[in-house]
Design a binder for this molecule. Structure first.
Ligand code: PLP
Length: 452
């Protein structure tokens, strides 16, 4: 594919000195990059003045849009008051204290403790280290294996990438040893010919039982799951999934960690995804909507049992030797407090609940065409799976996946949506109006008509 980059353009400058991650290079060589300068509500604007409705909330995180005054004010006020930070050695900011109290209060836990990171990947890494430390301190030094599922996404650090069930990590020689993978609980794709959803679920439960028996329960440190798999292609689990597998994990004393980096703070229609699916984990991993994308921040929220055990283990050696320079940055904490307030008291949660029926209707309408195999989702996250043949679920073939062609065509129509595998993902900001949601579906519909 010829590179059509114009000399001295933003595109050329970006390509000269920026190394692109998660970007299809043939696509940007052919089409150029989109260099953004600012945002207006749920829209972003590029260097050419083109506006794009962001159907993906940035990367699932900009729930309040790109210029929310309450978040800008929280950041400005805190930068003026105290921009620096002390996170360790017995010091922390007042904002971090208040945010920890708030996170425990809004968590599904009766009590607990919070540890701050700069990202979701780091929060998952931190949780794994906490589990390794805890098990060793309690006399189970061999309890180091981590169970996740196919198509899971838990991040990009060496540990969280090892937890991620995406084949592309093999280019790094990952996963590391000891990271175990269960079948992705996606009935439409993983269910066998003639297998009912109930039989599929029974097979997943049996697979978990067999894995624990084969590996030895005393070698397993924990189980991590996204309530709805996000970057795997928006995959809600088969009905009854968590109700069926949690008793198995509980029976063997395996801690259950909900990775709520995407689902936390309202995305599924409840504050937490685990609430939407009616289960109580032992800890929650949070990021993204935690600060509405206005600050890089992650948090491990430990429920009462894990926090008590971790505290006892730490007391015994007098220090938990872990943390990041910017853990609990006061500006991030101040923004998170403002963002949580917007979600819970500022109308965002209500708007999510109000928008869900419109979102579901829009997705269902688009799915009613020959080349969409299924639409799936929960709350304000959804995916349309493109297929060449609806009956056989055969995917399209070709150099550029059909979902990438659809997403590129959407960009031409002024809509950002995300290609993930063979699916097109939508994950709109919580501030969207009805008219903006209709605009999102009209643009996607026009792009589908063009590509199919
Ligand atoms: N966990 C989940 C469920 C995610 O979706 C992501 C990112 O998309 C991560 C972890 C990693 O977060 P980050 O990109 O902030 O490291």
């Amino acid at each position: 594919m010829p590179d059509t980059t114009l000399p001295n353009s933003w595109d050329a400058r970006a390509k000269q000195n920026s190394f692109f991650g998660f970007t299809d290079l043939p696509s940007i060589n052919e089409r150029g990059t989109v260099i953004l300068t600012h945002g207006e509500g749920p829209y972003v604007v590029d260097t050419e003045g083109r506006r794009y409705l962001d159907g993906n909330s940035g990367l699932w995180n900009m729930i309040a849009g790109f210029d929310h005054p309450a978040l800008i004010k929280a950041a400005q006020d805190q930068y003026a008051r105290f921009p620096g930070y002390h996170a360790f050695f017995g010091r922390m900011s007042d904002q971090a204290v208040m945010l920890s109290e708030k996170l425990v209060e809004v968590s599904p836990f009766a009590d607990g403790k919070v540890f701050y990171t700069n990202s979701g990947s780091e929060a998952n890494d931190t949780m794994v280290k906490m589990l390794w430390f805890l098990h060793a301190a309690e006399g189970r030094p061999n309890a180091r294996k981590i169970i996740t599922r196919g198509n899971a996404y838990h991040g990009v650090t060496a540990v969280s990438a090892s937890m991620t069930g995406k084949p592309y990590n093999s280019v790094f020689g990952l996963p590391l040893p000891g990271f175990l993978r269960l079948t992705c609980p996606h009935y439409w794709r993983e269910g066998r010919e003639g297998e009912s959803a109930a039989d599929f679920l029974a097979r997943l439960v049996a697979e978990l039982e067999e894995m624990i028996a084969r590996e030895g329960a005393d070698t397993i440190a924990g189980f991590f799951a996204e309530p709805v798999q996000g970057a795997g292609g928006v995959i809600p689990p088969v009905d009854g999934y968590f109700d069926a597998i949690l008793p198995v994990l509980r029976k063997h004393g395996i801690p259950v960690i909900a990775d709520e980096v995407i689902t936390g703070f309202g995305r599924t229609g409840s504050v937490w995804g685990c609430e939407s699916y009616g289960f109580l984990p032992d800890a929650i991993i949070s990021s993204k909507a935690l600060t509405a994308g206005f600050f890089p921040m992650g948090a491990v929220i430990l429920g009462p049992e894990l926090s008590d055990r971790l505290q006892r283990a730490t007391d015994a050696i007098e220090e938990f030797p872990h943390g990041f320079t910017a853990s609990g940055h006061p500006v991030g904490c101040a923004i998170a407090l403002a963002s949580i307030d917007l979600v819970l008291n500022g109308g965002l949660m209500e708007n999510v609940q109000r928008l869900i029926p419109r979102f579901e209707a829009g997705m269902a309408k688009l799915a009613d065409q020959d080349h969409i195999g299924e639409w799936r989702g929960r709350g304000l996250m959804g995916a349309l799976e493109a297929v060449r043949d609806k009956a056989t679920k055969k995917p399209f073939e070709g150099h550029l996946s059909v979902s990438e062609r659809i997403a590129n065509t959407c960009t031409d129509h002024g809509l950002i949506c995300r290609p993930l595998g063979q699916s097109i993902v939508l994950c709109p900001p919580f501030i969207m109006t009805d008219a903006q949601m209709d605009e999102m579906f009209d643009k996607l519909s026009a792009a589908l008509a063009q590509v199919f």
